[in-house]
Design a protein around this ligand. Structure first.
Ligand SMILES: [Zn+2]
Length: 235
């Protein structure tokens, strides 16, 4: 029975090691970091789009301004020519040219005003996104730190549990450890358990009085097993 009690300690360590492995694989800190990174990548992608639209709008404005300089130069040129022209038909043609250039300039001005509003709107979006990215970078930094702390805690627990396991293992007969390993590899529930009143702590099923009596009378050298789940049972 003494060796079974040591085996139970070993089982407790192995259960803790399994829980630790599960914890390490499903760390909330890792999920948080991943979510924060996805969010930030979204902001960065959006910013690239806004920057491109902003640059395009500014380029359109430059093009309109170049076109308007041309219009103004044409208007000035025609106005100058108009001063020296006497023939009414030629004068009319020049006046038509001036009217056309003036209309073009006016249309360009309207379009430029629209574009200036667009630029203002993209500028605001750009500022907002930049602020969000700065905030999100801080969140990511904190989440990265939190994750490394959590991983370090898990690693520390692992070292402690491994050390305990080595100590306990060395106090148990190798033959018994082999039996334990065989049983453990075939199941997901504990391979060694004790009773809570008449309930097996591995399968959580009750044992009858008769079953308990049989297990208690088992000769030395034989290992009692739960009639329900087959685990080694400390009775
Ligand atoms: Zn059981």
């Amino acid at each position: 029975m003494g060796s079974l009690l040591a085996l139970l300690d070993l089982q407790h360590i192995d259960t803790a090691l399994l829980q630790l492995k599960h914890r390490l694989a499903t760390l909330e800190e890792r999920t948080n970091l991943s979510a924060a990174t996805v969010l930030n990548n979204g902001f960065k992608k959006e910013l690239i789009g806004v920057n491109a639209k902003l640059a395009a709008a500014k380029k359109d404005i430059e093009t309109l301004e170049v076109a308007n300089h041309k219009c103004e130069a044409s208007i000035a040129k025609y106005a100058q020519q108009l001063k020296t022209i006497i023939a009414p038909r030629e004068a009319e043609a020049l006046q038509n040219e001036i009217a056309a250039a003036t209309a073009e300039r006016s249309a360009n001005d309207d379009r430029e005003l629209e574009l200036l509003e667009v630029v203002e709107q993209f500028d605001r979006q750009q500022t907002e996104l930049n602020n969000q990215i700065i905030k999100q970078d801080e969140i990511i930094q904190q989440a990265t730190h939190a994750l490394s702390v959590a991983i370090a805690q898990c690693e520390q627990s692992q070292v402690e549990l491994d050390a305990k396991r080595t100590t306990i293992s060395s106090s148990i007969e190798p033959k018994l450890i082999k039996l334990y390993d065989l049983k453990r590899n075939r199941r997901t529930t504990p391979a060694v358990a004790d009773l809570h009143n008449t309930t097996c702590r591995s399968c959580h099923l009750d044992l009858s009085k008769v079953e308990l009596a049989v297990l208690k009378k088992m000769p030395d050298g034989e290992l009692p097993e739960c009639p329900n789940c087959d685990c080694y049972l400390i009775v």
